[in-house]
Design a protein around this ligand. Sequence first.
Ligand SMILES: [Zn+2]
Length: 199
Amino acid sequence: MFDVQVCNHEECSRLRVFNRLTCFEHSENAEELQKQIEKYLSENTKLMGLSLSRIRLKDMDLSNKEIWGCNFASSYFENVDFSGCTIIYSYFDFSQFRKCNLENTNLRNAVYAGSKIIDSSFNSSEITICNFLGTHCVNTSFNDCDLYATRFINSKLEDLQFVDCNLKRTHFSNSELKNTQFKYSNVEEAYFEGVIESK
Ligand SMILES: [Zn+2]
């Protein structure tokens, strides 16, 4: 798994970032660090145990990567292509995703809790035992996905599509659903306790 040592900077409790003894904010020459991170991500197919919380990635092709045990918490992704990726035991909690492509991915035990996901697509993916607790998700599609035992508990879901999905043991409990479609999906096997639904 990723480095869980904290930043060297006095009174900072954030985790150390990739190849540094400090967090991203307290690293010297952050611009150079950003370039090193982008180069590493572009050149390597297997991304394992990376500590990359609070980074910002824009207009990047990260398709077909294997991402294992990485920490991308509180990060920002815009127009990032994750299509075809395998993402296992990795953390994207409290991150933001805008116009990202997560189609044909295999996500297992990945954490997106507290994230904001806008104008993105997860179509044709295996998204099993993943955590989307408290996620605010807008105008995003999950069509033709296997969402076995994935949790969207206490989430705010607006203009989403879950067409032709496997929803066995998928939890939507206590979520707010606005204009969300479940056509051709096995809703009877999902959990909807306390859901507030509106058009
Ligand atoms: Zn720090």
